[in-house]
Ligand binder design. Structure first.
Ligand SMILES: Cc1ncc(COP(=O)(O)O)c(C=O)c1O
Length: 467
């Protein structure tokens, strides 16, 4: 990607540079770009499934479900092409993808720059990179993340939950023999054996042994900000008193993603973090879902919590996941390593997306993220005005947008998510009581026209249920 950290100026050019600057590669990329652009133009509106494909598609899905030991959440099998926020499925349907693989495809589908950088990745020497052998691109990504975060170290990994596992290992080693973790009620941190002990959902722990001691603190309640802050602080103090010196860290999700799209407030987080600092309990911020989605790159920057942060984890839209941490927490050799950090394509694409975010006009009160948020929310408010019994806020923050349909009735909301899928809008649920519909908006691809179309499908589908 043209970035170099090499201060020397050797006379002999690297053969890799000769390959990437070979005019035949540029020509091939141009042809690929032309072909993709031409074909993706054909994907310009929501389409129902092609009746001639429906039976075969159902069979494919059934087969897939039985092979993987459980059906897919949605009958989604992508064909391999899309156009921005629109995606084509194997049944010939075209849908608006407003959940993007739970926040992964932030630049939408078949994005020309992502394809171009993936071609660069494809002609690099290996498909996968890992901790024993990494190419220069991993170094550039690491450098971009450490300098954007202000943290000293960045350890790449293959999933959000592994970033959290690595974070816990670093902290436990540093804080040995402390062996307890503090977390918010209804938090989600992933599903490995250890992390399933933190993720506050009984369904995800059923049948698993307890292998971590976790003490829960209630989250911020916007309907009673001061009272809920006091309650959380008191609960935290009680835990710290009950188990003196035994807590290694508290894990923070600054906007509860799976838990219902609940954002906290700066004063709430500061009250808790100040208390944690008094007891030298480390502050771990899980930004696997929030990273790049609020009007600052990191949610802790948005909430102005920089001085409290010890460790941060990121994932999803970054394509490659990472644990960022301060030098005081540097682990002993051997604690962390993995065969894979990610594929070359992930690493190239992740770096491109993050660089575009940093260098584009995405952040701040007038940045693209906030502008898109406001446009989307205005549309939701219009729907609420027309159908106050069917929909209400919260609307979320930045590119994390949610609404509460049917007063949050889980059965109706779940059913709505599937009817929206059929009508051409892919969303997801969040929270339990109330249950909500959430969108992880593909900021690098979505247009106002797309949002208008999505909102009109949402309104039509919402209304249909009551008829
Ligand atoms: C806040 C948070 N942490 C961790 C994870 C786990 O990430 P992954 O599914 O990549 O392991 C998620 C995934 O949804 C998440 O939202």
């Amino acid at each position: 990607m043209g970035q170099t950290l090499d201060k020397s100026t050797p006379k002999q050019e690297l053969i890799a540079n000769k390959l990437t600057s070979d005019p035949r590669i540029a020509q091939a990329k141009k042809l690929i770009d032309e072909a993709v652009s031409e074909h993706r133009k054909g994907i310009d509106k929501v389409l129902p499934p092609d009746p001639e494909r429906e039976v075969a598609y159902k069979e494919l899905l059934q087969h897939f479900g039985s092979m993987r030991g459980g059906n897919l959440w949605y009958p989604y099998l992508g064909s391999g092409i899309g156009n921005g926020a629109l995606v084509e499925l194997m049944d010939g349907s075209v849908k608006y993808d407003l959940i993007s693989g739970i926040g992964v495809h932030y630049w939408g589908h078949s994005h020309p720059e992502i394809i171009s950088t993936s071609v660069d990745a494809a002609i690099s020497d290996t498909t996968m990179q890992g901790h024993l052998q990494q190419n220069a691109e991993s170094l550039y990504l690491t450098k971009t993340l450490t300098s954007a975060s202000g943290l000293d170290h960045c350890f790449l990994t293959s999933s959000g939950v592994m970033a959290n596992e690595n974070a816990l290992k670093i902290i436990f080693q540093n804080k040995y023999p402390a062996n307890r973790i503090l977390a918010f009620e209804h938090c989600f941190a992933g599903r490995t054996l250890a992390i399933a002990n933190i993720t506050d959902k009984s369904q995800y722990r059923t049948g698993l042994p307890t292998c971590l001691n976790v003490d829960y603190v209630p989250f911020f309640d916007p309907t009673k900000p001061e009272e809920s802050t006091k309650e959380a602080l008191n609960t935290l103090k009680n835990h710290l008193q009950r188990y003196p010196d035994q807590h290694a860290a508290m894990i923070f999700e600054l906007v509860q993603g799976e838990g219902g799209f609940y954002p906290g407030k700066t004063a709430f987080f500061v009250a808790l973090m100040e208390e944690l600092k008094k007891h030298d309990v480390k502050v771990l911020v899980d930004e696997v879902q929030t990273f790049g989605r609020l009007p600052e790159l990191f949610a802790y920057q948005y909430f102005q919590l920089e001085k409290y942060i010890d460790v941060v984890t990121i994932g999803k839209l970054s394509q490659v996941c990472a644990t960022l941490f301060r030098k005081e927490l540097k682990p002993k050799p051997g604690l962390l390593s993995q065969t894979f950090t990610g594929s070359s394509s992930q690493i190239y694409s992740g770096h491109l997306i993050i660089s575009n975010l940093i260098n584009g006009e995405y952040f701040g009160p007038n940045g693209k993220i906030q502008t898109i948020h406001e446009y989307f929310v205005r549309g939701l408010l219009d729907i609420e005005n027309r159908h106050p019994d069917l929909i209400c806020g919260p609307w979320g923050l930045g590119a994390m947008i949610a609404f509460t349909p049917y007063k949050g009735d889980p059965k109706k909301v779940l059913e709505l998510s599937h009817r929206l899928f059929e009508a051409g809008v892919i969303c997801f649920i969040t929270g339990n009581s109330p249950m909500r519909i959430r969108f992880l908006v593909p900021i690098g691809a979505i247009t106002e026209k797309d949002i208008d179309e999505v909102l009109s499908i949402v309104e039509r589908t919402l209304v249909t249920q009551t008829e």
